[in-house]
Design a protein around this ligand. Structure first.
Ligand SMILES: [Zn+2]
Length: 82
């Protein structure tokens, strides 16, 4: 019960991982099944900020899921270290 992931009963759910920056999951959805208007097969969502990125393949979506700083404007560090 307690280890149930909070988003896995949603339509189109594929996978999720805690976003260390927000403490909330990043979730991969199959866009069509989730009713997400994405331009690729998979959509990865930063649930903390409501930002989304689309990916053509699941391996790409999993990379997006692991690092929201590359695509979520709110997860991006304020300053980029050199
Ligand atoms: Zn975010």
């Amino acid at each position: 019960m307690s280890n149930r992931k909070p988003f896995n009963d949603r339509a189109g759910y594929v996978a999720s991982k805690i976003n260390a920056r927000t403490g909330v999951h990043n979730v991969i959805y199959a866009a069509a099944e989730a009713g997400i208007d994405a331009d690729a097969r998979y959509a990865t969502v930063c649930e903390a900020h409501g930002c989304m990125v689309s990916s053509t393949t699941l391996p790409k979506a999993r990379m997006d899921m692991k690092d929201a700083t590359r695509w979520c404007s709110s997860c991006k560090p304020a300053t980029t270290p050199v």
